[in-house]
Design a protein around this ligand. Sequence first.
Ligand code: RB5
Length: 144
Amino acid sequence: MRIAMASDHGGFELKEQLKEYLKGKGHEIVDLGTDGEASVDYPAYGKRCAEYVVGGGADKGIVVCGTGIGISIAANKVRGARCAVCASETMARLAANHNDANLLALGGRTTSFEEAAKYTEVWLSTPFDCGERHTRRVRAITEM
Ligand code: RB5
């Protein structure tokens, strides 16, 4: 799968770890920054990654900031983005299965690499429930 990734400084270390992990699993990674520990503003990175995914540059996107919250709020301003902050395997599974989340947000200061890798695997491997109920709700979000 082709996966776009972006982070601010608070998510940089986890982004780098996750990037290498996913490459090792055979995924193609598009790294949209940031490139180091220097302080940057997360809205630009959330927007950049969401636009890249919605524009068709990647199948899915992963964004990381300190908590995953700020960068997900920014990503979700992009029409067509469904970015879910996940802090458990259940959240990761339901983000894919119920919400058809095309972006996953993680907290570099709140989530260990092992947890993040697990949540990512669950999110990537869980299909969307294409039934009428969830399709209707996702469509309603897209149309807002
Ligand atoms: C940056 O210090 C921090 O505010 C950011 O990474 C993120 O946690 C915001 O939601």
